[in-house]
Ligand binder design. Structure first.
Ligand code: FCB
Length: 473
């Protein structure tokens, strides 16, 4: 079985992770530039100063995308490259870079999906309170407006914010990501609120100012709990856990998606943190909830649950010797079935998988090539599950593999290689991995090359009813 006609096959990157050129175009510093200079924060003291040198090499990178046959490419715009001080003056040279990149993509027949914010927050705004500042949503709106004014004659597909849960939780609660803060829950509550409002104001701004009909979404992490069996009670328990808020913190789905997509804070949030919400929060809900065209989901792995005696979901113990990636993330392909399904059923929106992929221990083999069968197998299994979701009626518009290139993996520095294309960070040489050729064939055949099993089976060492359901498509 192939994927639906018009299915979007893509790959993604983000600005700070690949661009380099941190001092070009009058770019201002971001919180990540500062964080990378704080001793002990990034493995080996790595920085994004050069990264994949993409600003200088974007033409070659687009040529490689074309070679793979990508229908779409998800890029992000660097806020401090476009507005060095975070608000106010725009850098003409910064915007011109994205102009050229978009033109290059369109010339290669590749549709740009533009993420407006993928974590490289202007340091100047951080110094003014960052996401805690009540003006932070308006700052974001102004920046989004500058990007839309410049690119929307050619860009149709927009993603406002990437993984709000991660930049808020890892950046402001655990401190493992920039800006490295460890704030109490009251501050986190206000940061989440301002971020949700920023999303809403940006959507409204894109709708009002775009020069072509815009298609807009956002790209939260999809935290998925999959049932190991498929009895209705177990499915409901898994769904309930997926959408529960079990502790007061930013690591959940509904604190983010319910306000933006349903126009209300979940009751658990109000029960836990209502006292910390800024005055007038009810009014802000209207601005947060703007009609969007798709829900992006970044899904790499998920939990597995079975049915407890009281009807609740009980996490299944991870089996000894479980399949895992170089990052240590569990390989749970069924998350790409239950995730799209649960999220579509709750929010009634078409789904785009905005990120999925794995870190693998890739190197250049004696024959000069990069063989990465793990990436091929991981991706085949996940696409098989995604196809099963589509077959069961979930409208999935597209799939963006993370990532096009090996790149700067945040606090991990360059240790974790996620690319379809290998990057030698000493020489900047690119070598498309075996998975790139494999993905090219998947794209060319619109998924038919996945074969009849298509990776629908879950990992061989994972017990559970899904295995029995694995075959046929
Ligand atoms: C996601 C991020 C992306 C990349 C992948 C591996 O959390 O959105 O930038 O780091 O993980």
């Amino acid at each position: 079985m192939s994927f639906p006609t018009g299915f979007v096959w893509g790959a993604g990157t983000s600005s700070y992770q690949i661009e380099g050129a941190v001092d070009e175009h009058g770019r201002g510093p971001s919180v990540w530039d500062a964080f990378c200079r704080t001793p002990g924060k990034i493995k080996h003291g790595d920085t994004g100063d050069i990264a994949c040198d993409h600003v200088a090499r974007y033409r070659g990178d687009v040529a490689l995308m074309k070679q793979i046959g990508l229908g779409a490419y998800r890029l992000s715009v660097s806020w401090p490259r476009v507005m060095p001080g975070g608000d106010g003056a725009v850098s003409e040279a910064g915007l011109a870079f994205y102009d050229r990149l978009v033109d290059e993509l369109l010339g290669a027949g590749i549709t740009p999906y533009v993420t407006i914010f993928h974590w490289d927050y202007p340091l100047a705004l951080y110094r003014r309170g960052g996401w805690l500042n009540p003006s932070s949503a308006s700052w974001f709106e102004a920046y989004a407006g500058a990007v839309v004014d410049r690119l929307s004659d050619r860009v149709r597909d927009w993603i406002t914010i990437n993984e709000p849960q991660v930049f808020i939780n890892h950046g402001h609660t655990t401190g493992e990501n920039a800006p490295g803060l460890r704030l109490p829950i009251g501050d986190i509550t206000r940061i989440v609120h301002n971020t949700l409002l920023a999303h809403g104001l940006a959507v409204r701004c894109i709708r009002e100012r775009a020069r072509t009909r815009a298609r807009i979404g956002w790209a939260p992490v999809g935290l998925v709990n999959s049932p190991v069996g498929d009895s209705p009670a177990e499915v409901e328990a898994a769904r309930a856990k997926t959408f529960a808020i079990e502790q007061p913190g930013a690591w959940n789905n509904t604190w983010f998606n319910d306000p933006v997509l349903l126009g209300r804070y979940p009751d658990e949030v109000l029960g836990l943190v209502a006292e910390h919400l800024p005055a007038g929060w009810e009014r802000d809900l209207e601005a947060m909830r703007q009609p969007v065209d798709f829900l992006g989901l970044n899904i790499y792995q998920g939990g597995r649950v079975s049915l407890g005696e009281g009807g609740e979901a009980v996490p299944v113990r991870q089996e000894t010797g479980r399949a895992r990636t170089a990052f240590g993330w569990s390989i749970t392909p069924e998350a790409l079935y239950w995730g799209p399904r649960f999220f579509h059923e709750r929010y009634k929106l078409p789904i785009v998988i905005t990120e999925n992929g794995l870190a693998n221990l890739d190197w250049v083999h004696l024959d000069g090539r990069v063989h990465d069968p793990q990436r091929i197998d991981y991706t085949a299994r996940h696409l098989g599950q995604l196809r099963r979701a589509i077959r069961d009626g979930v409208p999935v518009e597209g799939y963006f593999h993370w990532s096009l290139l090996d790149n700067f993996e945040w606090a991990e520095g360059y240790d974790q290689r996620f690319g379809l294309i290998y990057v030698n960070f000493e020489t900047q040489q690119r070598i498309p991995k075996e998975s790139a050729a494999w993905y090219a064939e998947v794209i060319r055949t619109n998924g038919r090359s996945l074969g009849p099993l298509g990776g629908e089976a879950v990992p061989a060492n994972a017990a559970g009813a899904d295995q029995a359901r694995g075959g046929g498509s």
